[in-house]
Design a protein around this ligand. Sequence first.
Ligand code: F6P
Length: 551
Amino acid sequence: MTKTRTAAVKTLTRRPAWKALAEHYKKIGNVHLRSLFADDPRRGARLTAEAAGLYLDYSKNRITDETIRLLVNLARECNLRECIESMFEGRKINVTEGRAVLHIALRAPRSEKIVVDGVDIVPQVHAVLDKMAVFSERVRNGEWLGYTGKPVHCIVNVGIGGSDLGPVMAYEALKHYSKRALTFRFVSNVDGTDFEEATRDLNPEETLFIISSKTFTTLETMANAHTARAWALSALHHQGAVARHFVAVSTNASEVAKFGIDTENMFGFWDWVGGRYSMDSAIGLSTMTAIGPENFRAMLVGFRAMDEHFRTAPFEKNLPVLMALLSLWYNDFFGAETVAVLPYDQYLKRFPAYLQQLAMESNGKRVTVGGAAVNYQTGPVYWGEPGTNGQHSFYQLIHQGTKLIPCDFIGFCRTLNPIGRHHEVLMANLFAQTEALAFGKTEDEVRAEGTAEGLAPHRVFEGNRPTNTILAERLTPETLGKLIALYEHSVFVQGSIWQIDSFDQWGVELGKVLATRIIPELESVAEPRLKHDSSTNNLIRHYRKLKGGRS
Ligand code: F6P
């Protein structure tokens, strides 16, 4: 390692604030939440923050006021304010790809001016939104006719990664607001099963495919797009049908045209929108078609409210900053490896999957922006399931296992589906879980219940399991926008402190290249000459043998 690189590597852990946090951890790392709460009866009301209608209770974290002070110092020492401004001002902070990072421009009002390479991009953003609105209204009103003159009422989004997870998450999250007469399906996996199951009951005459791909070269999406075209044409028998049954969302007009989609029916976006930050761009075309332009715009208003809060609020009261710093506290000082995201709302069932790409593709990096290997932990694993389902599967490990798993609980005070006592029971479970995780149950308490001698250790809950609780009034398009922006910015804050490029994803490349090499080896009739390692060679031979006795 060169001298300069060594210097860069050590920068973060040599910072006074980092060292102070390491010292502080030695003092409070083992302090129990029970004593933190006992020492400060107002803690539960005090360690909270509210912005744009989202209420964050972070009191059940293993922190003191001093921890927050030191974490905020770290953010300051890492020039977080400047990093935030760099993003909002459109500097090319995606260094390895030489790109600006401006998903915040997707929700900028028409009156705003954001300049990239000398061009104000806000009018372009609104031109696309307006075009999406016209298109989606035509579909919603039954005015978009298929090739045989029937209105389309089945919409299939074909895309993967950011071109799928955002749309499917938002569709599920906002189903309550969707036009129920329309059917929405999402095809992402190159496994033919995904396409088959998504389309088996659809009528090609009434089906519209939205081919969503930033690059329009992604192997899975292109394979599914070609299969979709063959599926449609085998029923509609004319190339002219493609124009009525296929639209594209992409930055790559020439590939869209090559595929046969009229670029008039293409909805563009820009290289300054990362795939995993694109669900509120044209990639949200299926979302807008489902919920309507007005609701989509309300979602953008929500994003925008959180953007403004993030840009202007002091770090101590800044929701994305606080959440980022707390997660970093566990990740880098307690050695926690994962974060569980637990929405107590069935509509948010795909939210953890969406967050996985957002957080893990962004911050799963082992070198700094300058290319030096880090000597600290970067992005944790994100995972989760909606409550209360998770309670009956993996919560056992969170409560009594040997791993520390900080959790984000998300709940709403008013349900969209008031049925009997369901919502109170749901929310009671949310509150109960955070209480149990924080305070647990001591051996004395277990014994006082008359538990048999041998069973007592099994029934003890150690507690001291940290949680955040995020509450909002109701799940609306606007609330969803706020929630997503909260996590987007939180991921950004962490990446800024870790000095990594949160906006590239080189780690997905190698597997793609190797798969492209292996495809012909699986397909060839003649026995291929394999040059992989002995395990991969052997697996390929075994596969060829079982799939049809060719080897
Ligand atoms: O392979 C990873 C990735 O590049 C993601 O970052 C992206 O969201 C996804 O593939 C899909 O890419 P595209 O929209 O270009 O098809």
